[in-house]
Design a protein around this ligand. Sequence first.
Ligand SMILES: Cc1cc2nc3c(=O)[nH]c(=O)nc-3n(C[C@H](O)[C@H](O)[C@H](O)COP(=O)(O)O)c2cc1C
Length: 315
Amino acid sequence: MEIYLAPMEGVTGHIVRNAFAHNFGGLDKYFTPFVPTAMRMSKKIKRDLDPANNKDVCLVPQIIPNTAEEVPQMLEQMKGLGYTEVNINLGCPSGTVTSKKRGSGMLLYPDELDRMLDGIYSSADMPLSVKTRIGFHSPDEWPVILDVYKKYPMCEFIIHPRVRDEMYSGFPHLDAYALAEEAFADSPVPLCYNGDIWKLSDYHERAAMFPHTDRFMIGRGLLARPDLAAQIKGLPVPDLRAQLRAFCDEIYDGYRTIFSSEKDAVWHMKEIWANLSKSFEDSGSLVKKLLKAQTPVEYNIYLNKIFDSLELTER
Ligand SMILES: Cc1cc2nc3c(=O)[nH]c(=O)nc-3n(C[C@H](O)[C@H](O)[C@H](O)COP(=O)(O)O)c2cc1C
């Protein structure tokens, strides 16, 4: 079985990806947050994709097209950087994205989705995977969308079984994923499940429910328990507390090198701690104080308090 780190815009940049690889492991693939379509990448995107910054991870860049025509030049740019596989985002729920028929915005138009995928796959000269939601407004849209996807030679098909309107709330529609397993039973396209795997028991539950799936993508659950992939794989985590501390320190030190102010570096730790707080019992008030820190000294005082005084949550 393979475990992937989900792409999370603003969170899983190269600094966080490397911190996972250096301190925990167990992750077979990492996906970049979506790279906006452009003839020339921004400095920030270039830095995130630079192979020199991703030496220790198996990285798949993600693009977010709304027409087939814009894809070849994006693939050329990725090939130029040495990437041999690209992922297509058809799941992003953000309004600014969906209003342009990008991400899950394209799911409202199955015919257009079909035309786009036809154009992309008929000219692509590298393996392309897809990451999708199951509809825009309702899971009832899924069977029609699924019929479209079935036609294409995706190198893998990653399904987050929620509709766009649900954003990240409610429980994933496991029946919709089961329908995909059925529809792809005779297909060579491997399926990958994504959604709400927060702890080992969630993984075991999904793995038992979906016997034809041997790839699982995890996002927030890995931020909450960075050791989760290692735990799933039965890899040793000899000193969880020390490894979590090293993970945090690597991210914070990395952020201090890429952001212009210390305040920015602390601010960006918010996205990390919003989930990582789940690794500690009763972390609420200390994490709140940590996130108000304005200087590295202040930040470290609360970080030390968290690591020195709080129990780790049960694994
Ligand atoms: C802050 C945030 C940013 C995200 N950015 C992306 C993105 O750039 N591309 C993408 O395909 N999915 C993105 N996602 C969705 C995740 O990859 C994943 O599908 C979602 O979090 C559900 O998985 P999980 O329950 O394991 O977290 C994002 C999710 C969050 C919470």
